[in-house]
Design a protein around this ligand. Structure first.
Ligand code: FAD
Length: 471
């Protein structure tokens, strides 16, 4: 079988080489053709179609160490899969040994210390479900099927970001298996340089096996959901979004989006497939205050649908899941914005009107607040001047439609990138991004990241990521 070496050379290896790995692991090892192989190797973004030589579904830290050791002994490239949601497909590589963390999904909550320990294969929903038993929540993202590891290692933002900052700003520590196959702790007290690098530097420094999140009182109910209007109301609704977001308290996160109406039961059948503008809101404080805070949205104009109500926080966290299934083709362009300008709103409407697929959208997320209060060098996630995220999301089903959808997203981005802070979110970058864009995402931390890399992974064993070359 064809196997890729750590430095990227393709070599032939006997298939039974992996028998030795099977003997060392508690979890299963899948080779091409085995049941389980396809499920592991396929990613959220169907544009990426890579075939690892073997997949090891690790059942614990000892399995992870055995895999890193095995790959080192046989000079096999490693790749690591968390939730498999990275749009650039960084979790997979042709000919590599894939460490699929999908069996490591335990979560332990310490309600007194307000800390959750989550195994690195968890999806966001796993953490929310356990922490909400105690009325607590970690700062995570908007779609519950996303992996915690990739999201956290790249920064992470969601409905709680305005109050507490990036996901990576809200960590107690991480457990990491290094290139030397040591299990180490990274926190502000232990291996602080590694801890710094992990909070934005991705999977460059080792295999993360566990993450300890700071928790905050949230829920069990919040006020959240969506209100939608016909796209003809776009100018007024985006103006409302701009003014409300400017005054919104930290508890209220507002997202504006334009797309074709999905066939959702809360939208009348006659608007399905027609252009709409919608506002997604979540008030994470008391429900009484929340209802007052969202009243101007609910009473605005003549909505065609309104599901902005009291609901369990866990439901809020999975509200968008159905719109983001695994297996579609996806391409997006994203920028951080310092503010929402009226001229930008015009562009959003112009490009939303040219959308080529029923699953595509143009989205504005508000993230400003706590993250802006920390210094740029606090962690490599940086971008402390970011107040909104613009995401131009192309999503479609057939390979024959790739060109028109990619072109739509790229054209919209070219026309709107002048509104950017100059920074962009590393976790939203596609496969074809230039090194300059990756530097723009990592900001001023690049040099220090290379030093941390040189200390913890001098031979660049962990390279199937936004790779940082050792200094
Ligand atoms: C539908 C959807 C919704 C999203 N929503 C949000 C959002 O609300 N907020 C947000 O901030 N981002 C969001 N994202 C972006 C998301 O943060 C990234 O896609 C992220 O990479 C997903 O993490 P993952 O574990 O699923 O990724 P994977 O594709 O599994 O991995 C991504 C990278 O992390 C590395 N990695 C994974 N696990 C480990 C580990 N244990 N140790 C070391 N390295 C590891 C991989 O090797 C790879 O390089 C969303 C993405 C999608 C597709």
């Amino acid at each position: 079988m064809r196997v890729t070496t750590i430095k990227g050379r393709e070599i032939d290896m006997k298939q039974d080489t992996f028998d030795a790995l099977k003997m060392r692991l508690r979890g299963p090892v899948f080779l091409p053709g085995d049941i389980g192989y396809e499920e592991s190797r396929t990613l959220w973004n169907a544009m990426i179609n890579r075939k690892p030589a073997a997949v090891a579904r690790c059942l614990g830290t000892a399995d992870v160490i055995a895999c890193v050791q095995f790959a080192h002994e046989r000079d096999i490239l490693l790749c690591i899969k968390g939730g498999g949601h990275n749009i650039a497909g960084l979790a997979s590589a042709d000919g590599a040994l894939m460490l699929d963390m999908a069996l490591m999904r335990g979560v332990w909550v310490d309600p007194q210390r307000k800390v959750a320990h989550a195994q690195a294969g968890c999806l966001l929903g796993d953490v929310d479900r356990e922490t909400q038993l105690h009325g607590l929540a970690a700062v995570l993202g908007f779609v519950s099927l996303t992996g915690i590891a990739g999201l956290t290692l790249g920064g992470g933002f969601g409905y709680l970001t305005k109050r507490w900052g990036w996901t990576a700003d809200n960590l107690v520590g991480m457990d990491v298996v290094t290139a030397e196959t040591q299990l180490v702790r990274a926190s502000s007290d232990e291996n602080a340089d590694l801890f710094w690098g992990l909070r934005g530097g991705g999977g460059n420094f080792g295999v993360v096996t566990g993450i300890d999140y700071m928790l905050y009182p949230v829920g069990p109910e919040v006020v959240g959901g969506l209100v939608a209007w016909p796209a003809s109301e776009g100018p007024k609704v985006l103006n409302l979004y701009r003014t409300l977001a400017e005054q919104a308290p930290p508890e209220l996160t507002l997202v504006a989006l334009m797309r074709l109406a999905p066939p959702a039961p809360w939208l009348p059948k006659d608007v399905h497939g027609k252009p709409i503008v919608a506002m997604l809101a979540c008030y994470s404080g008391s429900v009484e205050e929340g209802e007052k805070a969202v009243a101007p949205i609910k009473s605005f104009g003549k909505p065609i649908g309104d599901v902005l109500v009291r609901r369990p926080y866990t439901q809020m966290q999975s509200l968008l899941d159905a719109t983001q299934p695994k297996g579609r083709r996806n391409y997006q362009k994203s920028e951080y914005l310092p503010r929402i300008e009226p001229a930008l709103c015009e562009k959003v409407m112009e490009h939303a009107a040219r959308i080529r697929s029923p699953h595509s959208s143009v989205v504005l997320f508000q993230i400003e607040g706590a993250l802006n209060q920390l210094k740029e060098e606090h962690s490599p996630v940086g971008n402390r001047d970011a107040r909104y995220v613009l995401n131009i999301v192309g999503s479609w089903e057939q390979a024959g439609e790739d060109a028109v959808n990619v072109e739509w997203a790229r054209n919209a981005w070219k026309d709107m990138k002048s509104f950017s802070t100059g920074g962009t979110y590393i976790n939203f970058l596609t496969e074809d991004e230039s090194p300059e864009r990756i530097e723009a995402a990592l900001g001023k931390g690049v040099k220090r990241l290379a030093e941390v890399k040189a200390k913890w992974d001098p031979y660049n064993v962990f390279r199937t990521n936004r790779n940082i070359k050792p200094a």
